[in-house]
Ligand binder design. Structure first.
Ligand SMILES: [Zn+2]
Ligand SMILES: [Zn+2]
Length: 143
């Protein structure tokens, strides 16, 4: 569980009110160590807050995304997947099973733009490496 004081500070720096519900949702996303969908987050949060609805989880996830506390993972995935917005990395996306794996920034070499796009303020460079994951590749071989 994310420490109460840390969560309050994090919310404050992102301009959000730190509610109990939000703390549980955020802690759940952090504890899943992956790229959960709102549905999966809801399944886990429900165990701690049985009265919560999927719509409430969605709303809070969207609020976290808008504030920058969570970020949306790969558009290639096809459905909403989120993760805490606290460390820089890229993603390996399997085009078969749509799995998403973290790719550490240091494994991609230095990324920078050769020319600054006019009028566009770059906040982050994120790369999706598309391909076929080991599990899907193994299935292909055994066919
Ligand atoms: Zn795959
Ligand atoms: Zn990731």
């Amino acid at each position: 569980m994310v420490r109460e004081d840390e969560f309050v500070a994090l919310c404050r720096s992102h301009g959000l009110a730190a509610t109990h519900q939000r703390r549980v949702i955020y802690a759940t996303v952090a504890s899943l160590h992956g790229h959960p969908s709102p549905e999966l987050i809801y399944e886990k949060v429900k165990k701690k807050i049985p009265s919560i609805s999927l719509a409430t989880v969605y709303n809070n996830v969207r609020t976290f995304l808008a504030s920058g506390m969570l970020r949306e993972v790969s558009m290639h995935h096809g459905s909403l997947r989120v993760e805490p917005n606290n460390h820089e990395h890229h993603h390996l996306v399997c085009v078969r099973c749509r799995s998403i794996t973290d790719l550490h920034a240091k494994n991609l070499g230095l990324l920078r733009l050769k020319t600054q796009p006019r009028g566009f303020r770059v906040t982050r460079i994120a790369v999706d490496v598309l391909g076929i994951c080991a599990a899907c590749a193994a299935k292909e071989v055994s066919k």
